[in-house]
Design a protein around this ligand. Structure first.
Ligand SMILES: *Cc1c(COP(=O)(O)O)cnc(C)c1O
Length: 240
C-alpha cells in the first residue's frame, strides 16, 4: 500500500540529506538536531513519525500544539515552539517547551519571565531574528538584537538564551537562502563575543534549504513538508 504522507522513506530521505550535508561540510551528524514540524498535521502522523525514531517535534500555534500533545501518550517527545508567540499567550507557553525558538521582543520576554518566576521554572529560548529586515515579518531586527539580549540578561533570569533562529525572506529557494544563514551565524558570533555567552544553537533551514543551513553552521533544522508531505492547502504557511 502506498503511504501518501509521513511515510518512512520520506523521513529516511531527510536523514540521508542531513548526513550528506554534514559530511560535505565536515560536521558531525550528532551536531545537527532535526525538528519535525508537524503543524496542521494530525496527532496520528506525529505518532507514526515518532515510531521511526524521531523525538523532536515543532509546532507553530500554542493551542494546536497542546491539543496534539494531549492526544498523544508519548511523554518522551521533545516539543519545540517555532511560531510567533503573542505576549498574552506567554503563560500558556512558559516552561512548556523544550525550546522556544521565537523570542522576539522585550514585551514577550517580560511576560514569560513573570510566569516563569511565579512557578520558579526556567525556559530555554532562541531569539528570532528578522534576517531579511522585512517589515511584515516577526523577529527582532539585527540592530535591536543587543538591546534584547541585554534586557533578558538583566531582567529575565528564568530565560536561558541558547542562540538564534531565522526564517530567510526567500522560501524553498535552496542556495539563495545561504547568505541569510551566514548572516545569522555572524550575528551569533558577535553576541557571543560582546556578551560572553556560549549561544551554541542556530535554528535555521527548512525543507527547501536545510543543506545550505547546515553548511553555514545550523545546529537545528526545522523540516515539515519533506517529512509529513504537503500541509492542507488552506492553512499552508501561516496563511490562516
Ligand atoms: C512551517 C515551518 C517550518 C517547516 O517548513 P517546511 O518548508 O514545510 O519544511 C519551519 N520553520 C518554521 C518557523 C515554520 O513555520
Amino acid at each position: 500500500m502506498m503511504e501518501v504522507s509521513a511515510g518512512r522513506p520520506r523521513y529516511e530521505k531527510v536523514l540521508e540529506r542531513m548526513a550528506n550535508a554534514c559530511e560535505k561540510s565536515g560536521r558531525k551528524i550528532d551536531d545537527v538536531r532535526l525538528v519535525a514540524v508537524s503543524k496542521f498535521h494530525p496527532a496520528a502522523d506525529v505518532e507514526r513519525v515518532a515510531s521511526y525514531g524521531q523525538i523532536d517535534f515543532g509546532e507553530n500555534y500554542v493551542q494546536e500544539a497542546m491539543q496534539k500533545r494531549n492526544e498523544l501518550d508519548l511523554p518522551d517527545l521533545r516539543w519545540h515552539m517555532i511560531g510567533h508567540v503573542q505576549s498574552r499567550k506567554a503563560p500558556a507557553v512558559a516552561g512548556k517547551f523544550v525550546l522556544l525558538h521565537t523570542l522576539d521582543s522585550i514585551k514577550l520576554s517580560n511576560a514569560l519571565e513573570k510566569t516563569l518566576n511565579s512557578k520558579n521554572i526556567g525556559q530555554t529560548a532562541l531569539i528570532e531574528v528578522n534576517i531579511g529586515g522585512e517589515e511584515q515579518k516577526s523577529g527582532v531586527m539585527a540592530n535591536e538584537l543587543p538591546q534584547l539580549v541585554e534586557h533578558v540578561l538583566a531582567h529575565c533570569p528564568h530565560l536561558k538564551l541558547e542562540g538564534l533562529m531565522c526564517l530567510p525572506p526567500v522560501f524553498d529557494a535552496g542556495e539563495a537562502a545561504r547568505p541569510f544563514f551566514a548572516r545569522l551565524r555572524l550575528l551569533r558570533d558577535e553576541l557571543r563575543k560582546n556578551f560572553d555567552l556560549p549561544l551554541p544553537q542556530l535554528s535555521m533551514g527548512m525543507s527547501g534549504d536545510f543543506e545550505w543551513a547546515i553548511a553555514e553552521g545550523a545546529t537545528i533544522v526545522r523540516v515539515g513538508t519533506d517529512i509529513f508531505g504537503p500541509r492542507p492547502p488552506k492553512m499552508r504557511d501561516g496563511l490562516i
